[in-house]
Write a protein that binds this ligand. Structure first.
Ligand code: IFM
Length: 434
């Protein structure tokens, strides 16, 4: 059981659970176009067993059952994402079937009393746009703004809240510098441009949605606490560099109109001409800020070109992903984000959860959630204006480069039969939210 319950949180505090389109829907259905994740997954060595999101959890056909599960657990909100390639298979031509799907999904949430928390882009870039340079090309943010207009023109009147981009670090650095996600590049110039353009896309989409009269627009960032491997100035500096790349780059861009010097020292020659002029667009007023948090990294200096650091194994217990369990980091990020960037702006924990190999009796997940909810309560007690907490994820799904092996769900999915079975963590949350 969890040691927390709804009554331990402020009135109106939202509890939700999250998924994303490509990870659950079944991209082969409903006229969706090819994405860069399809080609990335079809390239040997990129994804465990070469798995892709063609069928995933078949949520496209089973969404009513999935929403029933969310409502039955007592969640207030459902954080979902809209697939650009489903709505616009070639990145610009509208697929009415795709729009109809999100329309039905929205109404089905509302019918169950669930607040729709939408993310416009959770990583499945239409292949046609990838073919012309994807996030390296400044044209992509402009097309993204068109997508924002089309999808929110249809369902925007019924959203509780919207964020344009999920986890810009993953879209930029993980995908263009580390090469671990589509498009699998390892190139500093591509990275600098992708990281900048994804923020431009955030700004353009926000502007478009304001133009539609929408409220409650925000941004969702992912964070990893960086702990120096020892007390040497070199290790402290390497951890600060990791922090600048991973955590501060996007917050600085959106809330301060600048980028950290530890990143600029490497990126400046690679950023597009006139990048400084984009901060007015990037830094538009927001109504909330979302934090996704899972783990920390222990960082040591490393010889070689920037960023001259490496991750070393830490001593803490780990999840199925091999990620250290470090709830203190969630507390510290909530406090630091409010202090350094957002002030009184409402914050949400938009993702928190863990992968567990335990299929049904996932007591390790219950312990993980419990420890992180303690961290959340501590931050609230210190005055952090936190408005909600969203668990990743409703059900086991396509964990990107790890395929279907890593299980993040509160609900078990049998990927042969697609049968859904609530796990012990689902029951624990249900009891806590009653
Ligand atoms: O599954 C992902 C999700 O798509 C984005 N945030 C982290 C999750 C777990 O890795």
């Amino acid at each position: 059981m969890l040691t927390h319950s709804r009554s331990d949180f402020p009135d109106g505090f939202l509890f939700g659970t999250a998924t994303s389109a490509y990870q659950i829907e079944g991209h082969a259905f409903g006229g969706a176009g090819q994405t860069h994740w399809d080609s990335f997954a079809a390239t040997p060595g990129n994804v465990v067993r070469g798995e892709d999101g063609a069928r995933a959890c078949d949520h496209y056909h089973r969404y009513e059952e999935d929403l029933d599960l969310i409502a039955a657990a007592g969640f207030d909100a459902y954080r979902f994402s809209t697939s650009w390639a489903r709505v616009m298979p070639d990145g610009e031509t509208v697929n009415p079937e795709g729009l109809d799907f999100y329309d039905r999904l929205t109404d089905a949430m509302l019918a169950r009393g669930l607040k729709p928390m939408a993310t416009l882009y959770h990583w499945e870039l239409p292949q046609t746009l990838a073919d012309i340079g994807g996030w390296r090309n400044r044209e992509t943010p402009a097309r993204f703004a068109d997508f924002a207009s089309v999808i929110m023109g249809r369902i925007g009147d019924r959203m509780h809240s919207v964020a344009p981009i999920n986890e810009p670090w993953c879209v930029g650095y993980l995908s263009h510098f580390l090469g671990e996600h589509a498009p699998g590049m390892r190139d500093i110039r591509a990275t600098a441009r992708a990281m900048h353009h994804v923020l431009v896309a955030h700004g353009m989409a926000t502007e478009v949605m304001r133009g539609l009269g929408m409220q409650n627009l925000g941004a969702v960032f992912n964070f990893e606490w960086a702990t120096p491997s020892d007390n040497t100035p070199e290790a402290v500096e390497a951890a600060a560099r990791y922090d600048a790349i991973y955590n501060r780059f996007f917050l600085d861009g959106v809330f301060k109109g600048t980028y950290p010097r530890r990143v600029l020292e490497a990126f400046e020659p690679h950023l597009p001409t006139g990048w400084q002029d984009d901060f007015a667009l990037i830094g538009q007023r927001l109504d909330w800020c979302g934090l996704n948090y899972y783990t920390r990294k222990v960082i040591a200096p490393d010889p070689g070109p920037w960023p001259a650091l490496k991750e070393v194994e830490g001593p803490l217990p780990k999840t199925q992903m091999g990620w250290e369990i470090y709830p203190q980091g969630l507390h510290d990020f909530l406090v630091r984000t409010a202090e350094d960037y957002t002030g009184d702006l409402p914050l949400y924990v938009t993702e928190n959860g863990c992968a567990s190999a335990e299929p049904f009796e996932d007591t390790d997940r219950i312990a993980y959630l419990d420890a992180h909810l303690s961290a959340v309560r501590e931050a609230i007690a210190k005055g952090v204006p936190l408005s909600g907490y969203v668990v990743w994820s409703l059900m086991d799904n396509y964990e990107w480069a790890k395929g279907y092996e890593m299980r993040f769900g509160l609900v078990h999915v049998d990927f042969e039969t697609l049968q859904r079975t609530p796990k012990a963590s689902y029951r624990a949350l249900k009891a806590a939210l009653a």
